[in-house]
Design a protein around this ligand. Structure first.
Ligand code: C5P
Length: 331
């Protein structure tokens, strides 16, 4: 907001926003909290696989889509992008009258936070259009009401995430790191993957959490989460400041991977094919089913992507670099 609290005049016309997918370089998942969410200690990175969103003033709030999954995604108030516009309008005390168009490239329900990315883009774009004047840190606080990954997609870059993932602190990272994103046919439900992890842990089929159980003290809220000691290994932080992808590869880890593979055993083939093609590391992205390969350089990434496609172990292979900026207004 402006110092006086008054809104600057509406920006005329339309805005275009570009928003990246997120990956987790490391994802430690604790036992479920009383509210059902799992405490996380994670390192996010934004990568150059983008959705593009255009937003313009309209007579009412409406959403249209094209691209990946446009035929199955809802366009009503259950879409996180619509909720983001309504939430910001309510906060600013304006009518939520915008036409939002999503051009989707980020695979759906793929462990890449595509829906959260669109919500972050709408927050950033509507704030520009309505003259809200919020900085990214302020929008990130608002974003936490929409989903655990939304704050990170406002901030972008590389960041340490705690709480249920919504508390984000930037982490210095050099890069560019070269990734191959192997998309799968059909998504995986995030809640289902978390439940599967709990079930695997209950039978000893997945390692127990390394995150300490939280004290049952809800009153402490986010301050308590921030006070938790970070689980991010020094080796990962050092790797991010180096230009050595092999060092980064050695520190990648995802607690959700056994759960995703249990629900979608074919992912094992995708990961094995990535390693056989020369990836420095291969792992499931977030809750999956997209898989990530870290490549030594851009040429290797292109070669690995071609090989994964040729072997038929993914529905599409995208090359991407990280870190990149979070949701950004282009015009
Ligand atoms: O925060 P978001 O709405 O994106 O989360 C979707 C679902 O994923 C939650 O309803 C919950 O089932 C699961 N989740 C979780 N722990 C987290 C984040 C998400 O259990 N830290």
């Amino acid at each position: 907001m402006t110092q006086s609290g008054a809104l600057p005049a509406n920006r005329p016309g339309a805005v275009r926003v570009r928003v990246p997918a997120k990956i987790n370089l490391r994802l430690s998942v604790g036992a479920p909290r009383p509210d059902g969410f799992h405490p996380l200690d994670t390192v996010y990175q934004a990568i150059s696989l983008y959705d593009e969103i255009s937003i313009e003033h309209a007579d009412r709030l409406r959403l249209t889509l094209d691209g990946v999954g446009a035929d199955i995604l809802p366009t009503d108030g259950t879409n996180l992008a619509v909720r983001a516009a309504a939430l910001l309008a309510d906060r600013l005390g304006v009518a939520p009258n915008v036409a939002v168009h999503l051009h989707k490239r980020i695979p759906l329900a793929g462990g890449l936070a595509g829906g959260s990315a669109d919500a972050a883009a709408v927050l950033v774009g509507c704030d520009a259009l309505w003259g809200g004047g919020h900085d990214p840190a302020e929008l990130a606080v608002l974003a936490a009401d929409l989903g655990s990954d939304v704050p990170f997609l406002v901030i972008g870059g590389t960041a340490h995430g705690t709480g249920r993932g919504e508390l984000v602190e930037p982490v210095p990272a050099v890069g560019p790191w070269h990734w191959v994103v192997a998309a799968a046919d059909g998504g995986l439900s995030t809640p289902r993957v978390y439940r599967q992890l709990d079930a695997l842990r209950a039978t000893g089929a997945a390692p127990p959490p390394t995150l300490p159980a939280l004290p049952d003290d809800d009153a402490a809220g986010p301050a308590r989460d921030l006070a938790m000691p970070s689980l991010v290994p020094d080796r990962l932080l050092a790797a991010l400041r180096s230009d050595d992808p092999a060092e980064l590869a050695a520190t990648l880890a995802n607690d959700l991977q056994p759960a995703s593979i249990a629900l979608r055993p074919a992912l094992r083939r995708t990961l094995d094919a990535g390693l056989a093609a020369g990836a420095l590391a291969a792992m499931v992205s977030g809750s999956g089913p997209s898989c990530l390969c870290l490549a030594a350089d851009a040429a290797d990434a292109a070669r690995i992507a071609a090989e994964l496609t040729e072997r038929g172990v993914c529905s599409a292979a995208h090359v991407a670099v990280g870190p990149v900026a979070g949701a950004t207004v282009l015009t």
